[in-house]
Design a binder for this molecule. Structure first.
Ligand code: ZN
Ligand code: ZN
Length: 454
């Protein structure tokens, strides 16, 4: 009996996912098809009705704190709903608002701060179908879409398992450690308490219905496949452009590392060793004189325009190597505004700890009145840009034109760099590598298994 119950519970965990879409005061939604609408107070239904093919506005006046509305489609395969003003790329340079359509159940929860939390509860395979067409353009090579379907599914299952097992405490917003001279902050999926994953880059991009034959084929041919290593479901991370070498887990998140996330060169030619050694001098050399034979160094716009979403293509020119220039005043003000660190006027930015890709995990900000070490990579990226710096792999050059002091940051890659490099994997697929070869390359020591049989 106990085993049976446990098995049913485990099955439920991997069948459906609750995705946080919006936190808003006014939900604009249009339904296509018939939905049963239940209003809950706790576990009790206090009102029941049916809605169909019309547009609705739900505001905080409609829903008390703690109450929730669930719109359940009569036919989940054919009904869909359309939400207005959905924000994507929040706080990143590609932030935009869109009207997006979704399958599955729509849940709207009243929150204590007068806001409404909009959640989409749907089948995992439907979720993955949307994710792979949201992370990459549906026109990218089929082998890349298949590889992405497997890692997006794997990452989700791994997060749901971690949550279910309560291996990690649930953080209200973020894990934050502040010492006198050190500020280390880590954002992870455990920051979500009302739902499993959010729909933005923080977790995986989930931008609703994205019908495409290529995507359907990738989903059908990889149905239920996940990556495992040593009997465990992999925490299969991925990012846009590694910059030449992928990064280890602990540079970005908690202090643990995994064999399947060992840094690899973004090229299957393993005979060529990684010559970047992980110190400040070689970081400068690595960024200034990058290898030209790594996959994500591609400047081939015919490939990039096929594999990247339109809003990502704005960054194609400078994602592999980039620079950003600030005056001393601008940099001082930026760090104060973005993360509240005040050390007087900024004198220097010095890497304290770096990973194999050159990404800095602890950065010392030295000022005229003191210093502060910040980390990990996302906090560094947040602190040094109005949105987010493309990556935390950079070195600093200071200059003076006779009037003004400048800090120029020269950097490598886009994103955290851990696991699969999306641009590198796209180039591999273009070169004719299969999805298994792509996954074997970016996740060494892992193997493909079926969820049900694993
Ligand atoms: Zn998230
Ligand atoms: Zn790469």
């Amino acid at each position: 009996m106990t085993n049976h119950l446990r098995r049913c519970h485990a099955k439920a965990e991997v069948d459906r996912v609750r995705v946080g879409i919006q936190l808003t005061s006014d939900v604009r939604v249009r339904f296509s098809g018939v939905y049963v609408c239940n209003i809950y107070r706790g576990d009790e239904v206090i009102e029941k009705s049916t809605v169909t093919s019309e547009e609705y506005s739900i505001t905080v006046a409609d829903l008390k704190n703690g109450d929730r509305i669930e719109f359940v489609p009569e036919d989940e395969k054919n009904c869909y709903f359309e939400l207005q003003n959905v924000e994507i790329g929040t706080d990143f340079h590609w932030q935009e608002q869109h009207t997006l359509s979704y399958r599955g159940i729509l849940v709207i929860q009243g929150k204590e701060d007068g806001k409404l939390q909009v959640i989409n509860n749907l089948d995992i395979e439907e979720y993955i179908r949307s994710v792979i067409g949201s992370e990459m353009a549906p026109t990218c090579p089929l082998e890349l879409l298949k590889a992405h379907a497997i890692i997006s599914r794997t990452w989700l299952v791994s997060q749901l398992q971690r949550k279910a097992r309560s291996q990690h405490p649930i953080y209200k917003k973020a894990k934050l450690k502040v010492y006198d001279d050190e500020m280390i902050q880590i954002w992870d999926v455990m920051g979500h308490s009302d739902f499993d994953v959010c729909s933005d880059d923080h977790c995986q991009r989930y931008q609703g219905l994205n019908p495409d034959n290529n995507v359907d084929e990738a989903i059908n041919e990889t149905a239920g496949m996940i990556l495992k290593s040593g009997g465990e479901v992999c925490d299969a991370r991925f990012s846009k452009c590694c910059g030449g070498i992928s990064e280890k887990f602990s540079t970005c998140w908690t202090d643990e590392d995994y064999a399947y996330l060992s840094p690899v060169r973004c090229n299957v030619d393993k005979a060529k060793d990684i010559n970047y050694t992980g110190d400040a001098m070689s970081l400068k050399e690595w960024v200034k004189n990058p290898p030209t034979d790594v996959y994500c160094a591609t400047k081939d716009y015919s490939i990039l325009s096929r594999v990247l979403k339109a809003y990502d293509q704005r960054t194609t020119e400078d994602m592999f190597r980039w620079s950003v220039k600030y005056t001393r005043e601008e940099l001082t003000q930026l760090i104060k505004e973005k993360i509240g660190v005040e050390v007087g006027k900024v004198v220097d930015l010095r890497p304290v700890e770096m990973g194999k890709s050159g990404r800095i995990s602890r950065l010392d900000i030295i000022g005229t009145l003191g210093h502060k070490v910040i980390g990990k990579e996302l906090l560094i990226r947040k602190a040094l840009s109005k949105t987010h710096l493309l990556s935390s792999a950079f070195f600093v050059e200071k200059s003076f034109d006779g009037q003004t002091e400048y800090f120029t940051l020269y950097g490598a890659g886009w994103g955290h760099g851990v696991g699969l490099c999306q641009v590198g994997a796209a180039v591999m697929a273009e070169k004719g590598f299969s999805y298994t070869e792509i996954l074997n390359h970016y996740y060494p020591n892992s193997e493909i298994k079926l969820i049900r049989n694993s």
